[in-house]
Write a protein that binds this ligand. Structure first.
Ligand code: ADP
Ligand code: 5GP
Length: 199
């Protein structure tokens, strides 16, 4: 008989490295109903096509501050002029129910989760090179030149933190990267501490 507790999986890496793309492919092709994606709150304005409650909970700054004050966020960070945070209740309810939960967050937030939840698993999605990162973020066509420069500067600091993570996945190919993520999820589920075997 198994009585598996959910695993918190924190996925981060520089903006433009392909986290969102890999996760979408992972959830469409390799996920089961025992793994959930956390939806973050942000003060950033929606990009074209982004939907409130699907991509993010888009909130005003004062609402975000109230969430911080009421201890509703597992972690939060200021990133390139906006605030981003992980609603705690969704994460804990799902972990409690035996589901794995994936957070897609930037590196400052991941470092906070390392302190608060050392039993979580940390996956760094790395770009094949910094040149390719720049070309992806430019190619996405969602940010102004000024914001792209800020994000590239931040990326240089972010990649220096890679050694703090449990796993690294280079996103050279979307399907390969999603399959690597599936391998990580499967391996975590096989850990003895996650399985309650009764003979
Ligand atoms: P992030 O969520 O890390 O900010 P996105 O998922 O938005 O990044 O991807 C940034 C851009 O790079 C998008 O235009 C996406 O289509 C592209 N992209 C993602 N993964 C790959 C890949 N393996 N090869 C080429 N382009 C990619
Ligand atoms: P974007 O504006 O491109 O959607 O996100 C910018 C960065 O914020 C990305 O690296 C993304 O992973 C990160 N991010 C999204 N949600 C959260 C969150 O809840 N907390 C933290 N710390 N970062 C987040």
């Amino acid at each position: 008989m198994t009585n598996r507790k959910g695993t918190l999986i924190v996925l981060s890496g520089p903006s433009g490295t392909g986290k969102g793309t890999v996760l979408k492919h992972f959830f469409e092709n390799y996920a089961d109903d025992k793994i959930k994606l956390s939806i973050s709150a942000t003060t950033r304005s929606p990009r074209e096509g982004e939907v409130n409650g699907v991509n993010y909970f888009f909130v005003e700054k004062d609402k975000f501050e109230t969430m911080i004050e009421n201890d509703m966020l597992l972690e939060w960070a200021a990133f390139c002029g906006n605030h981003y945070g992980t609603p705690k209740a969704f994460v804990d309810e799902n972990l409690e129910n035996g589901c794995d939960v994936i957070l897609e967050i930037e590196v400052q937030g991941a470092l906070k989760v390392m302190e608060k939840r050392p039993d979580a698993v940390f996956v760094f999605i790395a770009p094949p090179s910094m040149e390719e990162l720049k070309s992806r973020i430019v190619g996405r066509n969602t940010e102004t030149d000024d914001v792209i420069d800020k994000r590239m500067e931040t990326a240089k600091w972010e990649v220096k933190n890679i050694s703090k993570y449990t796993y690294a996945v280079v996103n050279d190919d979307i399907d390969k990267a999603a399959r690597k993520l599936k391998t990580i999820v499967d391996a975590e589920r096989l850990k003895v501490e996650k399985i309650n075997l009764q003979f």
